[in-house]
Structures are given as structure tokens and as C-alpha cells.
Design a protein around this ligand. Structure first.
Ligand SMILES: [Zn+2]
Length: 431
């Protein structure tokens, strides 16, 4: 199944045309799965599904557990066709292996090439990658290949070492960073300590991975405000998951994350599997297009999000999603109210005296959810600050978590369990 690549302009075509193109790709996918996917062959057979007549919404969804328990049943090619093995981070349970063919790697490069185009980059840009390029992490190599395809110059600095990052930015005239947004705060702090005027740095744009930089109403999050107050750069939000092998990226209009209609069909579903209305919260459910190794059909990502199909100011008519509100599994039920982890992040990011934090979600003996937060303080008056923070929690989200102080090194050890490639900000300890 070779991907029909090469037309970033499709997003600018009317939605009806995009949908027609997707319908055709969906039909090809069903045939491909029936011929090659042990998992979907079984699903079609047991569900008595005729792939020639079934519509997308009539098909059952695929869950993360399906993929965890039957990982290799999703593989549609013989092992000699596999070009690379990547893996999910395993933040939520057992990591899943995603095997890619050479065609899938090309598709991935095309996907990130489109991401860079969506944020307005060209071959004149120099892109610094402040993210992991090994540890089976898909995004690092994807952005590397995408920037190469664009013809931009790439600098692979990897994560960490703020002093080194700043040095490279200055020396090479880097215009664009690909980074986790909270790390930008570290760069700002380091620049200030070294007396570097951030406004003199050549960086104009950041492609932000891993963390949302908008609140639930699509307003700039505190994190984004704190960064841009000191460093006037355009931060482009993204959303992606390893399993979907596709990313969503914000354009210059900053009004949602664009899907690439050639690469993915997106649905937003409620608990019962029905489509939610525009601007309502639903679970991001995706069908990959043009994937050869491990294609997915109606895969429930576990991420909660809003969406719109209104045309964007940038001229694209493709579906936009966002803001991403968090994982469905990490939704916290607290005394009858539901709390999104994003709301807790937002409150903690506001507190400039907190250097680092980790949110733990636990379940008590009465099966109630509890929140325990460990914080590293940089203030000498942290006890007063703590009282203030608890009051803020009570007033704004009607939840008072347990908060304890911890030293910086101990927290970092908790945030990188077993050599994790991602710095964890939340751990769900519930059974
Ligand atoms: Zn747009």
C-alpha cells in the first residue's frame, strides 16, 4: 500500500473534495486490511462485515488495549519489509511497538514536511531539534526527515543542556526550534542568568511538542504567556501519537491544529461511539491513510479534544482539532466533579516560585480519586506560597490536592523512570 504523497495543497481544496478523496483511500484501506492484517481479518470475520458496503461509522473502534494485547496481529507486511521499529512511551501501560516500512518512513517525512509548511517555514530556515533522536522515539527522526525534505538546515542538539542550546542558537543563526514548551522556560532562565538579551536571538518560531500551550477555551495558556512575555516568538502547537504516525499542527492563524487530509481521517467520538458536535469534547479517533506496516482503523487514542470543520483564516479547509484537554484515562473524579489534568497544569504553571512538579493521581480506600503533587520550590517563603496555592486550587477547580516539597534531584528521578525519554509531569497510580 503505497501512499499517495506529494500534495500539501489538498488542505486548501473544499472539504467535500477532501472527503471524496478520503472515501476512496478508506475503501483501499479496507481492502488492504482484509488482504494483509491478521487483526482486522478476524474483526471483519467475527463482525460479519462486508468491506465493500460497510461505512466508516458502522465499523467497530480499535482500542489501545487491542493494540497492546495483539501488537503483532496489526502488522501487514513480512518482517523483511520492516525498516524501523519505534515504540510508544509507555506512559499509560505497556509500550506498543510500531513497525514502519520504508514507505511509512517516507510518509512520516512528508507528514512533518507538511507540518513545517503549515507553520510557514521554507528552505531558508535553520531548524534546531531539542528532542530525543533515539530511544525508539518516532517524532525526533520524523522532524529530522521532514526538515530535510523541506530543504531547511537541521541542527540536532537533542534535549537538555540549556547553555549549549543557547550557544548553538547564537552561533548558527537558528530560526526555528522544535522543543517541549516547558523547556523554553529553562532556556529563558539560563539566558537571563548569562545576561543574554533574548530579543537579540535569531529564533522566530517554535514547534511545540508534548504539551498543550492553550487552555480549554483556546486561550493562550499560562505557560505560553510566561514564555512569550520574555521571548517574543511564535509558538506553534502540535498534537500527535506514535500509533497514528501523523501530526496535527497549528498554522499562523493559531486557531486549531490542522489535520492532513491525505494522511488521516479524524473523528471525535463520545463514550457510546457517536460523533460529537463541533466544539464539544470527544475522544480523538483516527484512521490512518497510506500506512503500510501497521495501519489503524477507527483507533481510539484516549485523548480528549474539541474540533471544528469551519474554514481557517489561513485558507485551509481541513478539519482542525484542539485544544487537547488530556487523556481520557487521566480524568480525575473528585467529589462529583471531573477535573482535567490540564486544569491542574495551568494552576501550577502560574506559580513562578515552583521550579518543577509532578502530579500523582491515586485512589483511596473508598475508591475516590486523590491528587498528590510533589513540588520543587525556588522560594525561601514556600510555606506561605503553599497556603496561597491551596486556596487557588479550592477557588478555581474546587479540588484541594495534597502538596509536598521534594528536592530537585529526587523529583527528576521520579520523572524519568527506567530511562524514560519523556519528563513525566503526571503519573496515574490508580488501578
Ligand atoms: Zn489555518
Amino acid at each position: 500500500m503505497k501512499h499517495n504523497r506529494g500534495n500539501p495543497q489538498l488542505s486548501f481544496e473544499p472539504l467535500t473534495l477532501q472527503n471524496a478523496m478520503q472515501e476512496q483511500a478508506f475503501r483501499e484501506l479496507l481492502q488492504y486490511l482484509e488482504n494483509n492484517s491478521p487483526f482486522y481479518q478476524k474483526l471483519f470475520l467475527s463482525g460479519n462485515i462486508d468491506i465493500h458496503t460497510v461505512t466508516l461509522t458502522e465499523l467497530p473502534t480499535t482500542s489501545k488495549e487491542d493494540l497492546q494485547w495483539n501488537n503483532w496481529d496489526f502488522l501487514c507486511v513480512s518482517k523483511d519489509k520492516i525498516a524501523e521499529y519505534t515504540a510508544t512511551s509507555g506512559t499509560l501501560g505497556t509500550p506498543v511497538t510500531i513497525a514502519l516500512t520504508a514507505s511509512d518512513l517516507e510518509r512520516l517525512a512528508y507528514n512533518e514536511y507538511c507540518s513545517f509548511i503549515t507553520m510557514g517555514l521554507s528552505e531558508t530556515d535553520t531548524v534546531q531539534l531539542l528532542l530525543t533522536l533515539d530511544k525508539q522515539f518516532m517524532a525526533g527522526m520524523a522532524y529530522y526527515q521532514g526538515a530535510r525534505k523541506l530543504g531547511a538546515a537541521v541542527v540536532r542538539t537533542g534535549p537538555g543542556s540549556p547553555e549549549m542550546q543557547l550557544e548553538v542558537i547564537k552561533n548558527l543563526g537558528v530560526s526555528t526550534l522544535v522543543a517541549v514548551p516547558s523547556f523554553l522556560l529553562k532556556l529563558i532562565e539560563t539566558a537571563k542568568a548569562q545576561g543574554i538579551d533574548l530579543k537579540t536571538l535569531p529564533v522566530k518560531k517554535v514547534l511545540a511538542i508534548g504539551e498543550s500551550i492553550y487552555d480549554s477555551e483556546w486561550q493562550k495558556s499560562i505557560l505560553q504567556e510566561r514564555i512569550c512575555k520574555d521571548w517574543p516568538i511564535a509558538i506553534h502547537s502540535t498534537y500527535a501519537a506514535t500509533e497514528m504516525q501523523t501530526a496535527f499542527t497549528a498554522c499562523n492563524a493559531e486557531a486549531g491544529l490542522h489535520a492532513n487530509p491525505e494522511l488521516i481521517i479524524v473523528e471525535l467520538l463520545d463514550e457510546a461511539g457517536n460523533a460529537v458536535a463541533e466544539e464539544e469534547i470527544g475522544e480523538v479517533t483516527i484512521t490512518t491513510l497510506g500506512v503500510e506496516g501497521m495501519p489503524l482503523l477507527r483507533y481510539r487514542t484516549g485523548d480528549l479534544c474539541k474540533h471544528t470543520t469551519k474554514s481557517c483564516a489561513c485558507g485551509r479547509h481541513s478539519i482542525r482539532i484542539g485544544p487537547v484537554l488530556g487523556r481520557k484515562k487521566q480524568l480525575i473524579k473528585y467529589k462529583g466533579t471531573s477535573v482535567y489534568p490540564a486544569a491542574i497544569f495551568e494552576l501550577l504553571n502560574k506559580e513562578t516560585w515552583i521550579e518543577n512538579y509532578l502530579i500523582g493521581i491515586h485512589q483511596n480506600s473508598e475508591l475516590q480519586d486523590e491528587i498528590r503533587i510533589q513540588v520543587v520550590s525556588k522560594s525561601a517563603h514556600s510555606l506561605e506560597a503553599l497556603t496561597g496555592l491551596k486556596a487557588t486550587f479550592r477557588a478555581q477547580i474546587r479540588v484541594v490536592p495534597e502538596i509536598e516539597f521534594i528536592n530537585a534531584a529526587a523529583l527528576l528521578a521520579l520523572q524519568f523512570p527506567n530511562g524514560s525519554r519523556k519528563q513525566l509531569k503526571i503519573i496515574d497510580y490508580r488501578p
